[in-house]
Design a protein around this ligand. Sequence first.
Ligand code: SAH
Ligand code: SF4
Ligand code: F3S
Length: 442
Amino acid sequence: MTEKTKTYCLINYGCQMNESDTEHYAGQLEEMGYAPVSDFHIADVIVVNTCCVRESAEKKIAGKIGELKAVKTKNPDVVICVAGCMAQKDGEKLLKKHPQVDLLLGTAYVNDFKQVLQDYLADRKGGAYTDLTVHQSEFEGQMVRQSPFAAWIPIMYGCNNFCTYCIVPYVRGRERSRSVENIVAEIEAAVREGYKEFTLLGQNVNSYGKDFGEEEAFAKLLRRVDRIPGVERIHYMTSHPRDMSEEVVKAVAECEHICENFHVPFQAGSSEILRRMNRGYSKEKYLALIDLIRRYVPDAAITTDIIVGFPGETEEDFEETLDVVRRVGFTSAFTFIYSKRSGTPAARMDNQVPLPVKKERLNRLMALQNENSLRCHQQLVGKTVEVLAEGPSRQADVWAGRTRTGVLVLWPVEDKKYEVGQKVKVLLDAAQTWLVKGKAVD
Ligand code: SAH
Ligand code: SF4
Ligand code: F3S
């Protein structure tokens, strides 16, 4: 009798870095002979990859881990692993609260997951792996990627910035860059598998290579990746406005495959709030960077992250945030209500802003940004753009894809056949807040 194939289910929360780590877990599980299933009730191994950047994320994830209790009761052999930032932050505390969890895998153990799991299966002794100093930044294994054409490529791990509101440096450790050779080898291998679009990931990509002591290492890396045959689109995130150099902007302007979108979180418009956030730039410096980007890349789409209700934020401070949003005209923005993260300096600051005030500010900010998004999209109407097809939209006879600048485009299939990852020329004819519609022209 043949043995039944063992299965795994991955449940991912959080940012692109987590998505990338999850693809790495999938790769290691498949190397061990496991096959994916989407229903965690029937899996032999369940990995929940967690995020703790805001309280709302943590609450949602705690609920999901709670659901796994019944799964463990029904099937005591199932292996439940909680990985990622919340595992790193809470450690043993999380194991005590959720005894159904067998393994806790901190953020420095992504490469070692296979070994940790093998050890566990041998003796069924679980525990917490949360040492932050063991991390290796080079990587050789296999990835099982979600998309058939777009790949996440981590170029560095950790963060040294310690923005006063943010938990990430505490749960991801210090900055460590991957070598250029290791990055290029992964991209070349992905190209051989048919990948076309690459997003270089790091919490602050502009400090890539500083740990090697190299000047302008990120701009050099961009130019190097641009030369890899078969690479069609390159994105990168996230850029820190303090560290983004003219050389990087120039590289984007000059390299054929680097897309004209700049994700530059400004977080707050008031220079005083920025100072207390420890962001290392003022409102004026941020606006000067935007001018620089527009000078080199006039058609660039600029996107951002914004926090409302940082401790001590007054109505006047918030008006400065609205002023930046009005002046820059972001194509889109991720907007967040400040969430107190214990252990960070901002959590101990006086004058925490009441929730109703934060909510009201968020609503005003979102209304303004929606007008901006619509205006940016209206400016595209009448243009023919290159779209990378992602697949059918909610309607099967309408396909969806993205422009080089990341704008979502929908077009009717009519009598044509498209493939995921295919380049399609679309003439845009109608703009909405979240997307632009058009017709394929070839
Ligand atoms: N390293 C990236 C992204 C970090 S997390 C960067 O520096 O931009 C993504 C976003 O979450 C941040 O840009 C910030 O806007 C938001 N964020 C981080 N901590 C937060 C907190 N405590 N409350 C609300 N939003 C937060
Ligand atoms: Fe957090 Fe700031 Fe680091 Fe981004 S740069 S991860 S916001 S500490
Ligand atoms: Fe990402 Fe959340 Fe961790 S945003 S770095 S998964 S805390």
